[in-house]
Every structure is written in structure tokens, then in C-alpha cells.
Design a protein around this ligand. Structure first.
Ligand code: A8S
Length: 175
């Protein structure tokens, strides 16, 4: 894990920025987890706060998505660009360009790594980010806010992947 963090999740940090990473073990094979994570144009597939998303044209590095978030959050929309999509190493990196929210210069990297969990193929997902600390907030407050959202996203990713892994397993047994 620390090897992966060192390799893929180092961010250049300025004084007014904060950064951290979260780790999630998922009981589903990496190809399944990755198929959910890599769909840049449909973050609502697993992110519970995303209401809808629009993109123009094919998804490729440089593509921009407009994300609408659900009501009740301190924001309604976010404009985000795909920076890295590596289907071999399983790396996705996204940068937030704008929106009516307080996460200026937010940039995140998600990587997925195969691992054995309870003797079965599982996945270690690591998500790191860097963001400007908004005026009037501390580093701790910013980290707390972002980590709460990212934790929800990773929990929901795990639930979805694990459900579909066990469904697939049941289908194979019933054949
Ligand atoms: C992600 C990560 C984050 C998304 C945040 C942190 C956001 O979509 C939400 C609330 C905000 O205030 C900011 O990978 C923003 O999606 C749920 C609209 C960007």
C-alpha cells in the first residue's frame, strides 16, 4: 500500500493547499471495480451525491464533464476534466476546473490494485486529492469535509462492486 501511495499519489503541495488519501478494500476483482471507476461520463453510477452528468463527444484524456449534484449540498454543479485514464495500470485522475462550490483547484487520483481478500480476488482502491484551503477555513476543516465525501463515494463503490461480484458468482453456480 505505501509503495502504491508513493508511486501514484504524490502531489505537489502549496502552503494554502491540503491533501490526503483514503484506502478501501473491496471484495470484488479489480476488472469489475475498474469498470465502474473508469466511466468518467457517468459518475452517478456510484457517487451517491451526483444527480446527473453531461459530456460532449467521446471520453478521452482532456474530456470535460458537467456534474450536477443532489440538493441539500453546499453546491449545485461542478466542471471537471479527465487528466489521466490508464486502463493498464488502473489510474484515473480528474481535475475540477470550476463550479459553484468551494473546492478550488481540486485534483484527485484513484488507483485500483489487485489483492487477495479472504482467499478470493479482491481490490485495493486508493484515492488521493489536493485542494486549496478555502478562505475562512482551516486545513483540518477542509480535509474533514473532503474525506467525508470521498469516504461515501468509496463505500458506495464497494457496495456496488461487491453486489455485482456476488451476483456474477451466483449466476455461474446456477448454470
Ligand atoms: C468526487 C469528490 C468530491 C466531490 C465534491 C470531493 C462535490 O461533487 C460535492 C460537494 C461539493 O461541495 C463540491 O470525486 C463538489 O466527486 C459532492 C460539487 C465538487
Amino acid at each position: 500500500e505505501s509503495e502504491y501511495v508513493f508511486r501514484y499519489h504524490r502531489h505537489e503541495l502549496q502552503d494554502n493547499q491540503c491533501s490526503s488519501f483514503l484506502v478501501k478494500e473491496i471484495k470484488a476483482p479489480v476488472h469489475l471495480v475498474w469498470s465502474i471507476v473508469r466511466t468518467f461520463d457517468q459518475p452517478q453510477k456510484y457517487k451517491p451525491f451526483v444527480h446527473s452528468c453531461t459530456t460532449r463527444g467521446d471520453v478521452r484524456v482532456g474530456s470535460i464533464r458537467n456534474v450536477n449534484v443532489k440538493t441539500g449540498l453546499p453546491a449545485t454543479a461542478s466542471t471537471e476534466r479527465l487528466e489521466i485514464l490508464d486502463d493498464t495500470e488502473h489510474i484515473l485522475s480528474v481535475k475540477i476546473l470550476g463550479g459553484d462550490h468551494r473546492l478550488k483547484n481540486y485534483s484527485s487520483t484513484v488507483t485500483a490494485h489487485p489483492m487477495i481478500l479472504d482467499g478470493k480476488p479482491g481490490t485495493l482502491v486508493i484515492e488521493s486529492y489536493v485542494v486549496d484551503v478555502p478562505e475562512g477555513n482551516t486545513h483540518e476543516e477542509t480535509r474533514f469535509f473532503v474525506e467525508a465525501l470521498v469516504k461515501c463515494n468509496l463505500k458506495s463503490l464497494a457496495d456496488k462492486a461487491e453486489r455485482s461480484a456476488s451476483q456474477h458468482h451466483t449466476e455461474l453456480l446456477e448454470r
